[in-house]
Design a binder for this molecule. Structure first.
Ligand SMILES: Nc1ncnc2c1ncn2[C@@H]1O[C@H](COP(=O)(O)OP(=O)(O)OP(=O)(O)O)[C@@H](O)[C@H]1O
Ligand SMILES: [Mg+2]
Length: 457
């Protein structure tokens, strides 16, 4: 019998005849052979462990047991390996079993921002906005799944054939989405959004050309004056990053409640309550919806509510909150333009199941949302804030919106990266009086029609 619950002995019970150990004896000098040997040793380890029970054991208990199993395998089959070599091999396999395995080098590289895995042999990484194929591989599909399983079970989630999609978080705060067969046709697909230990700050966005300093000055005043701001953008365009940057302008004495699917925001303030939604469990119970969290947040006397991403019915509760004294709330939405973002909100409000007339929804939206900010990942990988629109009302079918700042792309440089210029459109926003009344007035010249240069003033 296994000494620790959760790790099976190499043979599981008397009913099953001992399976012959098939790990071959190898010449330790032969790199390829060693790699194969390691992969087989790893496979044997995986086969001898009950992965679901692993989470209940302490890390040290697990390590000891795995070391014992690995040592035994090595001794039995690889007499050619000397003690030192065996120790190294055992350590490598332990790393793969307890760490992130082949992903470790990518995870410890601070320039990697995204890791995209298309099955065990194809791992892409994004650095400086550029996605490239890496030489990282997993031994096989089972190995990849095992790493995924381990990551998600640490966060109390699961992924299997009956529930093949999962959103989770790594211990360092990175976000992970995995989808496995049968939903993924050719093997597991994993997307990891690295969490940077040093989050991008407002000044970084000006320095790296994501926005001009004038735009940042406006955002700072808008957040302080409690405007409700909707950040809109495509996948990976920088919505969460901008939300985080905007949140930094919230005064320290305000109570903030954040609501996210997978907690990513890193607020600088101390008075923050963080909530996280949760999908249902295998029995279809235990779901914590974003909507229920928004409703609950309203009972927590928040000054501001930050919703990481608005995707569904919670839009209705969020708009109501924004319209009823929780101004200064911030959220993001998946859309390609500031006007489209409001259309997306309408659809989401519809998901709440009330048969509200469109004009009522539009009125709610136009009075709740003050600003819509469009972020975009441009050709070549650079992220920019390409439009800031103010919502001024609704007339008939249409929202009344005015653009305050825009980025106009003029072409591509020799490396096929987008180039262009930021412009202040010359429109003085309706909110200027509100900003002034709240002591964060801005000089009218800030909005004067001209080209803005994304360098610190
Ligand atoms: N303005 C920026 N300049 C440089 N890098 C950025 C910028 N904005 C975001 N990034 C980087 O781009 C990646 C995606 O950013 P982020 O998570 O904010 O996007 P998102 O739109 O929220 O993505 P998703 O749709 O997956 O939620 C991150 O690695 C982030 O560090
Ligand atoms: Mg995001």
């Amino acid at each position: 019998m296994s000494r620790i619950h959760g790790i099976y002995p190499l043979t599981q019970g008397a009913a099953q005849p001992p399976e012959p150990t098939v790990v071959p004896a190898v010449d330790p000098q032969a790199g390829e052979e060693l790699r194969k040997f390691k992969s087989q040793l790893h496979h044997r380890l995986v086969m001898s462990m009950d992965l679901t029970a692993m989470v209940t054991l302490s890390r040290d208990q697990l390590k000891n047991e795995v070391r014992r199993v690995a040592d035994e395998l090595c001794q039995r089959s690889a007499n050619l390996l000397n003690k030192q070599e065996r120790e190294r091999l055992v350590n490598e396999v332990l790393d793969e079993t307890f760490g992130l395995g082949p992903l470790e080098p990518l995870m410890s590289d601070p320039t990697v921002t995204d890791i995209l895995i298309n099955g065990p042999r194809t791992v892409y990484a994004e650095r400086h906005g550029k996605l490239e194929l890496t030489n990282v591989t997993f031994s096989d599909e089972a190995h990849l799944r095992q790493v995924v399983q381990r990551i998600v079970s640490q966060a109390g989630r699961r992924v299997d054939e009956t529930s093949p999609m999962v959103d989770s978080r790594l211990p360092d705060g990175s976000r992970l989405n995995a989808i496995i067969p049968p939903a993924a046709i050719d093997g597991a697909l994993v997307s990891i959004r690295r969490f940077s230990a040093k989050p991008i700050q407002a000044a970084d966005l000006v320095r790296n050309g994501s926005m001009p300093a004038e735009m940042l000055e406006f955002f700072s005043a808008a957040v302080k004056a409690r405007l409700n701001i909707l950040v809109s953008g495509g996948t990976g365009s920088g919505k969460t990053t901008l939300l985080n940057v905007l949140s930094a302008f919230i005064p320290e004495d305000e109570r903030i409640i954040t609501i996210e699917d997978a907690a990513e925001l890193k607020l600088q303030q101390r008075h923050v309550g963080r909530l996280e939604s949760r999908p249902s469990n295998a029995e279809g119970a235990g779901e914590i919806s974003t909507r229920s969290l928004v409703k609950n947040a309203l009972r927590m006397r928040p000054d501001r509510i930050l919703i990481g991403e608005c995707r569904g019915a919670e839009a209705l509760d969020m708009l109501q909150a924004m319209n009823t004294g929780h101004e200064g709330s911030l959220t993001t939405v998946h859309a390609n333009d500031t006007r489209e973002a409001l259309g997306r909100l309408e659809i989401m409000v519809g998901m709440a199941g009330f048969d509200l007339p469109t004009w009522v929804i539009r009125r709610q939206i136009s009075s709740a949302i003050h600003l819509v900010v469009q972020v975009s990942r441009l050709l070549g990988g650079e992220r920019k804030i390409i439009k800031v629109s103010e919502v001024t009302g609704v007339e008939g079918e249409n929202y009344l919106m005015q653009d305050l700042f825009v980025f106009k792309q003029t072409g591509l440089d020799e490396r096929r990266r987008a180039v262009g210029q930021f412009h202040a459109t010359g429109t003085r926003p309706n909110c200027t009086e509100r900003l002034a009344a709240l002591g964060v007035g801005l000089p009218p010249e800030l909005f004067q029609r001209r080209v803005l240069h994304p360098t610190p003033r």
